[in-house]
Ligand binder design. Structure first.
Ligand SMILES: [Zn+2]
Length: 266
């Protein structure tokens, strides 16, 4: 197709021009002629002298500086296996690293998308971070997810035909989960009416069934049962007679404690 061929040709020219500009900028950086023109840095020259936007100037400067130590990146940029934005990201993160390491990382960045390159420098966030601020009339939760966790959330939204936004999806899941506990309570007879003192089904004394957990929490009115404490935060099911001393998960050996009192009890 003619228009496609024309664009391909222009794209080739664009690559050549970018490469020529980078070479010329490197010359300029070496002779520092921009100082005589009243510019205090290459960056200042790129913005005020050549009219680049600050973001583009930063990219060009990053390439020039990095290419001084690892010259082969110019060729990679020409070939398209390294992008200017990838090189800029590497420049930001590798500034103080030895040349050998820069070379190695740049090699591993070839043919990766900008997003993949950025992900290479992100510290893994294994858990979801939630920052909570309480007001009189509401609770403000700030949720921080890794890209992977966010992708899972988006996948679930798509599976639900985008009927939900993140907020309504979260509420929907909470409602469903709560109902599953409440239904168990409604269907089952109360543990106190049956085998309270009988040996529990599970052999693992730390394994407490949904039904039992629900009963312990409801009886405690979702509050810490430590004398004088009324906390409803970070509630945990505690074995009154500790598991390490032979205590098990019979109903009469379980109580609700907040995390602080559980820790305090030891
Ligand atoms: Zn407490």
């Amino acid at each position: 197709m003619k228009i496609h061929d024309e664009l391909l040709e222009l794209r080739q020219k664009e690559k050549r021009i970018t490469s020529e500009i980078l070479n010329k900028l490197q010359e300029m950086e070496n002779c520092r002629k921009y100082l005589e023109m009243g510019h205090h840095s290459l960056f200042d020259y790129l913005v005020r002298g050549l009219g680049y936007s600050e973001a583009t100037a930063y990219q060009r400067q990053a390439c020039v500086r990095l290419a001084k130590e690892v010259p082969e990146i110019k060729q990679k940029i020409d070939q398209g296996s390294l992008t200017l934005s990838a090189v800029t990201t590497a420049f930001k993160h590798l500034r103080k690293k030895p040349v050998a390491e820069k070379r190695k990382v740049l090699k591993s960045m070839e043919n990766k998308s900008s997003r993949e390159v950025k992900a290479m420098f992100l510290k893994p966030t294994p858990t979801i971070k939630i920052k909570k601020t309480e007001y009189l009339d509401k609770v403000h939760l700030r949720l921080e997810l890794s890209h992977e966790q966010h992708e899972k959330l988006e996948r679930l939204k798509a599976l639900k035909s985008h009927k939900h936004n993140a907020e309504s999806l979260l509420m929907d899941l909470i409602e469903k989960e709560l109902k599953s506990y409440e239904n168990i309570q409604r269907k089952s007879p109360k543990p106190t009416e049956t085998k309270e003192f009988c040996a529990p089904k599970s052999k693992n004394p730390r394994q407490i069934s949904k039904r039992l957990r629900n009963d312990v929490l409801t009886t405690a009115d979702y509050k810490c049962q430590y004398p004088g404490c009324e906390s409803r935060q970070f509630l945990q099911i505690d074995h009154i007679f500790p598991v390490r001393l032979g205590g098990d998960q019979r109903r009469n050996n379980l109580q609700v404690l907040c995390a602080s009192h559980n820790l305090h009890k030891g």
